[in-house]
Ligand binder design. Structure first.
Ligand code: 13P
Ligand code: SF4
Length: 302
């Protein structure tokens, strides 16, 4: 099927199913263009609370679709491609959390939303890169167990002055770990007028050279403050920003910063997902109700 026909069919099926397409900022341009709502992890979780549709088609990775399902147990949530997963979320296992709790009794467990529903069930509260600093600083404890991103953990430690125990020890995002000081130097030579916007999943060395350290939603909010940026996050963010602000220049810090899980979803997958009502996201009841408490606590505090 041609692209135009796929778009037509998706729009027709969306109406027929009373569905809404929610998409993360890293999705392919054509998927971003057809989405009803685009956002960062926090915005997507917030939006999921009051979606007025029977079906949510989630163009993102599995933990995001699970979060939508946890917040909407009565709705059908579809993840259009089975391979749409977050490599970093899969690094954290329940054993890591239990071991840390034994070593640091009483320390709250703060989990990045980039985690499986199973591990979220062990969290006192979840956070996203948009609210992690604010939430950890509000917690009534000087030590927190934090997972799975070690770089976000060290950012939170620096910003809050608290002791942040990373679980697992070396959790990271392979996309953001690609950025190095060489990329910073190259950006400085190629675009001397540009400022650097950096995601907190990048390494501390790269963060140190940033003009702003923000979530993808924060990048959108702060972009109008300057006329040229080098963007240190997944490359599709440049499409999102350039479409929103055609008069501002955005350069990807690396062309190869691509999240395979995010790119697993194409228009064809969206069409097949709506046509066949697949793949349905299910979260077992007990896990969902524990994880929901941690997510709702985050939404209350942020
Ligand atoms: P944001 O919440 O900033 O969109 O980040 C999600 C993510 O997966 C970053 O890699
Ligand atoms: Fe996960 Fe990294 Fe992809 Fe974000 S970019 S979804 S953290 S693997």
């Amino acid at each position: 099927m041609e692209m135009e026909q796929l778009v037509e069919e998706i729009l027709r099926l969306k109406e027929e199913r009373n569905a809404i397409i929610m998409a993360h900022n890293y999705q392919l341009p054509e998927v971003q263009d057809i989405a009803d709502f685009l956002g960062d992890s926090l915005e997507l979780a917030r939006k999921a609370v009051n979606v007025d549709a029977d079906v949510i088609v989630f163009a993102g990775v599995d933990f995001m679709a699970e979060t939508a399902k946890i917040l909407n147990p009565e709705k059908t949530v579809l993840l259009p491609a089975g391979r749409a997963t977050c490599a970093m979320a899969n690094m954290l296992r329940v054993e890591h959390i239990l071991r840390a709790k034994e070593r640091y009794p009483g320390a709250p467990v703060v989990l990045y939303v980039n985690t499986t529903a199973e591990t979220k069930a062990y969290a006192d509260i979840t956070v996203t890169s948009a609210n992690a600093v604010r939430i950890v600083s509000k917690l009534d404890s000087d030590t927190v167990i934090f997972g799975p991103d070690k770089n976000l953990a060290s950012y939170v430690a620096r910003e809050t002055g608290k002791k942040v125990i990373p679980v697992p020890e070396h959790g990271h995002c392979y996309v953001h770990r690609k950025f190095t000081l060489e990329d910073v130097e190259r950006a400085g030579k190629l675009y001397p007028n540009a400022k650097l916007m950096v995601h907190p999943e990048c390494t501390p060395e790269v963060q140190e050279r940033a003009d702003i350290i923000v979530s993808t939603g924060g990048m959108i909010r702060h972009a109008p403050e300057w006329n040229e940026w080098v963007v240190f996050t997944e490359r599709e963010m440049v499409y999102r920003l350039s479409k929103l602000y055609p008069s501002i220049k955005f350069h990807p810090a690396r062309e190869d910063a691509t999240c395979i899980g995010m790119k697993a979803i194409t228009l064809k997958h969206l069409y097949e997902s709506l046509r066949d009502m697949k793949y349905r996201v299910e979260v077992p009841g007990e896990i969902a109700s524990k994880a929901r408490k941690a997510i709702e606590r985050m939404l209350e505090l942020s």
